[in-house]
Design a protein around this ligand. Sequence first.
Ligand code: OAD
Length: 252
Amino acid sequence: MERIEEARMLLAGSAVLVLTGAGISAESGVPTFRGAGGLWKQFRAEDLATAEAFARDPRLVWEWYGWRRGLVASCRPNPGHRALARWMLSRPGVTLVTQNVDALHERAAREAATALGVAPDPAYPIRLHGSIHHVRCTTCDFRAEHDGPVDATSVDTLPRCPHCEGLYRPDVVWFGESLPDAALAAAMAAAERADTCLVIGTAGAVQPAAGLAQAVARHGALVVLDPGATAFDDIADVKLTGAAGALLPKLL
Ligand code: OAD
């Protein structure tokens, strides 16, 4: 049997957890983190993606997130995001958990819902690592959607909380920080329920996200879709080697 057929059979189970990483957005033009051209090859995470870095130089950190916002704004969901969004709308029992902060899954879901004349699911996807389009006040913890360009000319021009004038930070998870409780709990519950986990475009280097797929593999099946080597390859029932934008429309 062809590998893609085998994968399709495993995905026919009643409950499926889909875990995505930066790779699913690669064909949209969003850089991944590791590997050739990855963000962590060009930038030091310690300078840009930790609470300490933000306390030391909030202007620099905001400049970087402003750049990433601009980059994502110029990108569009690719056939991989779109195939997943359509599949989720047509098939009950699938939970999508993403480590991505780029909102491309959300944009694909809105487009798919509009095309089908249904309401988009506000819980799609479960965002484990937050969103670059949301902010959190560093003083009072107020959270808000906040999009568009950021003026990072100086600390005085950075976005601030309307309630207490505290400095806003991007509402993303940085190294050394805990994941949002509700998102993690929902993702872990989905992993417990799942018969099959479909992992797409993540190297599997970051916990607890990678642990969700490993947890499903202990009691169910694991399908991995990635053009490169991942931490899941040894425990995968089926590995589909290739790009998400090319393979997902065929698979789903
Ligand atoms: P990585 O950069 O670690 O892994 C990206 C994966 O995508 C690799 O396995 C690539 O082979 C694969 N890939 C590349 N192009 C692809 C394509 N066209 N289709 C499918 N897969 C492709 O990114 P993540 O695993 O998402 O965390 O990284 C996990 C976390 O580490 C991120 O959420 C971020 C980072 O530090 C935080 O910022 C908290």
